[in-house]
Design a protein around this ligand. Structure first.
Ligand SMILES: [Ca+2]
Length: 306
């Protein structure tokens, strides 16, 4: 069953995001150089595999296992005074405990180089705003349908390629799929089980994330040894689409699969280079029109059992 309309408090953040979405579409990229061919092959990038769709060069092609178990979702304004009302779990409880099965999520945001591999394989129409980005930066100007299209292509590609690691093939053959994370999966990946405010702890840290900056940075630029699962840029750099429609809490997994044709906004998480620290907290929830293509919106992928 669907809940009632998004409450007024939620609309406040939605309006804030709408204002953000009305910013100029072409913000500059940090560290940009002019020697990159706009639509050419990105070639070899250290730490990534040109022979494997520019995915990260490790045993699971950049997918990180998030073990099954409970985590604390949402925010208590007594613990985190910067929390928005929409992060409150219910009138009775500020936070909720949610049990998730094992899933996998990308160590990094999806890069421009990975999008090139997708476009070259499929001819999917993406314009120069996406393709002219630096290869190791997060892909931006990505709409929700664009992110879904990439996920579906990678799902099919990994299923059918002999280059896919056996551990990933086994998951896919068992019915798992490459997709966007739900907002619950995303939040657990960002903050772990202990309810921390930022991926690294309770205080904002400029050495751990890219926020209040003029443009994106290459994925993985900010080491985060304190982060629970070793994921990079879960705070800042680009907002990340999820496969969850924007609904008031308490979070209900059935909202992610039922009645989606009626949804107007999709959840994105993590804040961006353009946002203040309040927006890059792990529990913050952004909502955007699925067709929005903006300089500060990208995504990361997951492999989910459901
Ligand atoms: Ca991010």
């Amino acid at each position: 069953m669907h809940k009632a309309a998004v409450p007024l408090t939620a609309l406040g953040l939605v309006i804030a995001v709408w204002i953000a979405l009305s910013l100029p579409r072409s913000l500059p990229q940090a560290n940009a150089t002019s020697d990159h061919a706009a639509t050419g092959d990105p070639g070899e990038i250290p730490g990534f595999r040109a022979d494997a769709w520019q995915l990260p060069d490790d045993d699971l092609l950049g997918f990180v296992e998030i073990p099954a178990g409970r985590f604390l979702m949402g925010s208590d304004v007594v613990i985190d005074p910067m929390a928005f009302d929409i992060e409150r779990w219910s009138s009775a409880n500020a936070q909720g405990t949610l049990e998730l099965p094992t899933f996998y999520i990308g160590r990094f945001e999806v890069t421009v180089a990975q999008i090139h591999a997708f476009v070259e394989a499929t001819g999917y129409p993406l314009d120069e705003q996406v393709l002219s980005g630096e290869p190791r930066h997060p892909a931006a100007f990505i709409s929700w349908p664009d992110a879904i299209a990439y996920s579906r292509w990678l799902d099919e590609t990994l299923r059918n390629s002999p280059a896919t690691p056996v551990s990933l093939s086994t998951l896919l053959e068992a019915g798992w799929r490459v997709t966007l994370p739900t907002e619950a999966e995303w939040e657990k990946g960002a903050r772990g089980a202990d309810g921390r405010i930022y991926p690294w702890g309770s205080e904002p840290r400029r050495d751990r994330a890219s926020y209040e900056q003029r443009g994106t940075t290459p994925v993985g630029s900010h080491e985060c040894p304190e982060c629970p699962f070793g994921l990079y840029d879960m705070a800042g750099n680009v907002w990340e689409w999820t496969r969850s429609p924007y609904q008031p809490y308490p979070y209900d997994p059935t909202d992610d699969t039922e009645g989606l044709e009626n949804e107007a906004l999709w959840v994105m998480r993590g804040g961006s280079f353009a946002d203040p620290e309040r927006f890059v907290r792990a529990a913050n929830r952004g909502g955007a029109d699925p067709g929005a293509r903006r300089a500060f919106i990208g995504f990361r992928i997951a492999i989910s059992p459901s």
